[in-house]
Design a protein. Sequence first.
Length: 179
Amino acid sequence: MAAILAAVRAELAENGLDQLSVDRVARRAEVNKTSVYRRWSTKEALVAAAMDGLRTEFAGSPDTGNLRDDLHALAKPIAEFLSRAEGSALARAAISSGATSDIASFAARQMSEQAAPVFAIAARARRRGEWNEDTDPQQVIFSLVGAIMHRVLLEHADATGPWLGSLVDLLHRGAAAPR
């Protein structure tokens, strides 16, 4: 199964959602096409499974002891993933006009689930007196991921390194408790 999902991500990176071929996925994964269809009846279900297979890459909420570093530790794997060809291909598939409601709704659920670590970060920051009570944690993660996606998908630019640090600094200033 892992080989098939890896093949889907590779095919998306090379050919995009519109040109995704179950035949090529099966060949790349070295399985029969029927093995793919037995588990996933549609191409869209296959793409959703490939997205779901990455859920563990972003699990958990970092606890570095301070808000700025927690936000950076949360943002870094997201930026690194979206900066890879497979990551940007999955993001493009999720937001493309050709995405079915299955893919789009799965991506929306994934985005909502990504808010959970920020709620945990916010709760710890509140206890330390670092979180501005007027700041919505969900807006923080949406701003973070949205900015990274804009940088990667529209600007075709690196979303890691100094750029990511400046984004985290900006969000930190907005989320931090007033002094």
